[in-house]
Ligand binder design. Structure first.
Ligand code: ATP
Length: 469
């Protein structure tokens, strides 16, 4: 998908809200920032944990055929030679000679409706020349026309981990993984030997990946350090079509189950495939902040390329023996691969709502309840009335054992509601004079409607539990 899509006003609002409310900050901001990196603040962490846990629950906990893994970020350098990353994990880069802006040439072409997915550098340069000759090719930053030809730029990030010298050479380079699935392939054999699963089975993991992205300028959509949630499903090639369809459906439904509208999702079919792949579809979400659909997750049928290559390069036998059919073969793989940050941005984008409540404009994040960073906030109506504060604290302490809860007595009650609205907290509980003087319970305010109802204190946990289900 073209990167040149116009970022809408919503993007500015999301970036600003994310910072103001402690979700996401630019990485290393006090030093002027480090492009392509972001730090997650308190609410960002809670939201990210909820998305990750919802994915893990669905992909591992609720299934009998998928196992968990947390593999090392650093792997034997041969891993990435075998996988083909060292030789060819690159993107076409062009530079502006005037302002030094770096651009992805395929994305520039796509903004002119020239499809350049997996295209050769020769094709890309021919197409760029056509645009140059009609004076259409311009820097996306300064509008200058003095641009370099496209060249391949490796996305692999290097380190000298464990090396006795600090210069990087071909002999001592250790890569930071560009995708988490590499670790899954390396642990396929240990998983089979220790857990004895029968095909088909999957291994899932969530973890950091690193890519030296040419242009990382789209908030957390494309960063140089990011988290992936990947599952590799190992199978007999005879089962590929059936499993592929099954996982396509499972993954699409996951988004619907977490509140994303069907109209905001679509499939993108890759026409150009890697030589070993037989099918590749992306789930795309209609990011309002970009004004169009962009990839959130890829679902790929990868043949037996990965295990064959690792078997060849490592010398390990990665074949599978089917006891029933007495057949020995290298399992084929289908993968589901999603970016956690991209998904978080999707949920932020989808949740952002502006409306009017009680004659006042407000902004709130209409997160699905299970993903909301804070489920319930507890307030005393007034900060300077000890009997209200004491009761509210007691209720808060009771609730926080079972719910992600927050206590707030700062500012007037309207301000506190607005703050929780912007965090996306589904329920606000207020202790008022009727609570302590008439034993009349507390008020519970619903984020979306702004409506309040009275609930007895002893019934509060079960009330919230039912509402949050
Ligand atoms: P794109 O075409 O957008 O560069 P990709 O096809 O290279 O993505 P994959 O290699 O298939 O992506 O990675 C799987 C998933 O990981 C993507 O669908 C995306 O959600 C996430 N992802 C990939 N690169 C990044 C990145 N630089 N920043 C954040 N998430 C990423």
């Amino acid at each position: 998908m073209a990167e040149q899509k116009k970022q809408t006003d919503l993007m500015e609002k999301l970036v600003s809200l994310a910072k103001r409310r402690g979700f996401i900050y630019q990485g290393s901001e006090i030093y002027g920032g480090l492009p392509g990196t972001y730090d997650y603040g308190h609410y960002g962490v809670l939201l990210k944990d909820n998305i990750r846990n919802a994915w893990l629950k669905h992909m591992v906990q609720l299934r009998d055929d998928v196992y968990g893994l947390d593999s090392a970020i650093f792997m034997h350098p041969q891993t990435w030679v075998a996988s083909g990353h060292v030789g060819s994990f690159d993107d076409p880069q062009i530079d502006c000679r005037t302002c030094k802006n770096r651009m992805r040439a395929d994305h520039v072409l796509e903004s002119f409706n020239v499809s350049a997915d997996k295209a050769s550098i020769e094709f890309i340069n021919t197409e760029l020349d056509k645009l140059r000759s009609t004076k259409k090719l311009k820097c996306t930053n300064c509008g200058g026309v003095d641009l370099t030809p496209a060249r391949r730029f490796s996305l692999m990030v290097k380190s000298n981990l464990g090396s006795p010298v600090d210069t990087l050479t071909e002999e001592n380079v250790v890569y930071l993984r560009p995708e988490t699935c590499g670790g899954i392939y390396l642990e396929y054999k240990n998983t089979v030997d220790s857990l004895h699963p029968k095909l088909p089975f999957g291994i899932a993991q969530v973890g950091k990946a690193f890519r030296n992205e040419i242009a990382a300028r789209q908030f957390i959509f494309r960063t140089r350090e990011f988290e992936q949630m990947e599952m590799q499903y190992f199978l007999d090639p005879k089962d590929m079509d059936k499993s592929y369809e099954m996982w396509k459906e499972i993954r699409f439904n996951w988004y619907l189950a977490h509140g994303i509208n069907k109209e905001s999702l679509r499939w993108y079919k890759h026409e150009k495939l890697a030589h070993y792949a037989s099918q590749a579809f992306d789930i795309e979400y209609d990011y309002k902040c970009f004004g169009g659909f962009k990839e959130v997750e890829g679902i790929h049928a990868r043949g037996n390329w990965d295990l064959s290559q690792h078997s060849k390069f490592s010398g390990a036998d990665l074949s599978y023996f089917n006891e029933e059919t007495k057949e020995r073969f290298i399992p084929h793989i289908m993968e589901t691969s999603a970016g956690l940050g991209r998904m978080l941005l999707m949920f932020l984008d989808h949740a952002y709502t502006e409306d009017e409540l009680g004659g006042e404009k407000r902004v709130y994040l209409k997160f699905p309840k299970e993903l909301a960073p804070v489920k319930v906030a507890v307030f005393p109506l007034l900060k300077n009335k000890p009997q209200l504060v004491e009761k509210a604290r007691e209720i808060y302490k009771n609730l926080r054992n079972d719910f992600s809860a927050e206590f707030d007595d700062n500012g007037n009650i309207g301000k506190r509601y607005r703050r929780q609205d912007e965090i996306g907290t589904p329920f606000c509980v207020t202790v008022d004079f009727d609570t302590v003087e008439k034993n009349a319970g507390v008020t519970v305010r619903d984020r979306d409607s702004g409506k309040q109802e009275r609930v007895k204190i002893e019934e509060l946990p079960i009330y919230l539990k039912n509402k949050l289900q």
